[in-house]
Design a protein. Structure first.
Ligand SMILES: *Cc1c(COP(=O)(O)O)cnc(C)c1O
Length: 383
């Protein structure tokens, strides 16, 4: 079997060989429990975790002790939202979020509504953007928390988070951001980005699945959602995933050294894909603002094509439509719907997401394959 060209990096990335090399010894020779301070096995693991913590902190401009290692972004988001709500319920019960958030954020908000939270789900404009004015209008006396993605996983749209977080800080309102798609792709400096919580996941930047983190700014109250041995300064109990943590540290180090260069290279490929497709096909629209977008993501709507037939026919490339992230769903993308797309156009939209191992030849092949498939489907349908 020949594999299709992988253009689904926003769903997950392969583990970089250098990341694998760094983590392997921590599965075998250095297998100690990082909490075992009485012998060299534990100390070796503890030391590796400390180094990884510094590496991840450096990538996002945090202090090492502001990081909590988790199993991934879903857990981080749950911990931030539930833990902040629980720790601050005396201050209010109102949360502001956005309809285009990842399901991990939206479903956690739904859960909090069951526990007494009142949640405002803002609708972005047709380009996917939320404005600081929209946030200001939604504020109330009991507003506790704003939760908003830095960059969207389906469209790549980057929100004006710095302005929004600054506005929240002035009013003493907490801010959580799901930065899962931004970490490793965009420069992030938490010394200048005034958010209180930031979630991320290793498998979106070339570390394995099952390791992630939550940044919790110093002195921010948070109630643990997983109790036990008081690991991670009692913010997340459970034996640390040392190999995963070492891997994510290495991945962070690689991202930091390559980020600027990689963003330019990948953006050039992404732009070539878009201009190749729009030059050779009519009625192709880019979903989401082109002015504020991740360098690697292109979400394209192919009008007048049956969405299901399109995805089934694109067998030379591995891509997704919006709902791929939401395991058992065939609904049109909630992100594209919130931006005002019709069901039909949302169904016939495809997310292309590029990454470290995408080559020029991959893009050439993807363009000609997509053009062939869309032309063929449009011809059949019009007969
Ligand atoms: C992948 C992703 C998640 C979920 O991350 P996991 O580590 O797989 O739980 C959350 N938010 C965004 C924006 C994502 O892209």
């Amino acid at each position: 079997m020949t594999y299709p060209i992988y253009l689904d990096y926003n769903a997950t990335t392969p583990v970089d060989q250098r990341v694998l090399d760094a983590m392997l010894p921590y599965l075998t020779m250095h297998f100690g429990n990082a909490a075992s301070r009485t012998h060299v096995f534990g100390l070796k693991a503890e030391e590796a975790v400390a180094q990884a913590r510094r590496q991840v902190a450096a990538l996002i401009g945090a202090l090492p002790n502001e990081l909590v290692f988790t199993s991934g972004a879903t857990e981080s988001i749950n911990l931030a939202l539930k833990g902040a709500f629980e720790a601050n319920s005396h201050r209010g019960n109102h949360i502001i979020t956005v309809a285009t958030e990842h399901k991990a954020g939206l479903d956690t908000c739904l859960h909090l509504e069951q526990l007494g939270a009142e949640v405002t789900y803002l609708t972005p404009d047709s380009e996917g953007l939320v404005s600081p004015e929209q946030i200001e209008t939604a504020l109330r006396p009991g507003t506790l928390l704003i939760s908003m993605m830095l960059a969207n996983n389906e469209t790549g749209v980057i929100q004006p988070l710095t302005e929004i977080a600054a506005l929240a800080r002035q009013r003493n309102i907490l801010v959580h951001t799901d930065a899962t798609q931004a970490v490793g792709k965009l420069p992030i400096d938490l010394a200048r980005l005034p958010v209180d919580f930031l979630s991320f996941s290793g498998h979106k930047f070339y570390a394995p699945k099952g390791i992630g983190g939550l940044f919790v700014r110093q002195k921010t109250p948070l109630i643990a959602q997983q109790d036990g041995g008081r690991h991670e300064r009692a913010r997340r109990s459970g034996t640390l995933n040392v190999p995963g943590i070492v891997a994510m540290g290495k991945a962070a180090e690689l991202a930091q050294t390559q980020l600027a260069e990689e963003a330019v290279r990948v953006a050039r490929l992404r732009d070539r894909l878009e201009s190749g497709l729009t030059a050779r096909l009519s009625d192709v629209q880019v979903n989401g603002t082109r002015a504020h977008r991740l360098p690697n993501t292109s979400n394209l709507a192919f009008a007048n094509v049956d969405g299901e037939a399109l995805l089934m026919s694109l067998n030379e490339i591995a891509v997704s439509n919006g709902s791929a992230c939401t395991a058992a769903s065939t609904d049109p993308s909630h992100v594209l719907k919130a931006m005002g797309l019709s069901d039909e156009l949302a169904y016939s939209s495809v997310r292309f997401s590029l990454g470290r191992f995408t080559a020029d030849a991959d893009i050439d092949q993807a363009i000609s394959h997509v053009v062939t498939v869309v032309d063929r489907l449009r011809t059949y349908q019009s007969i």
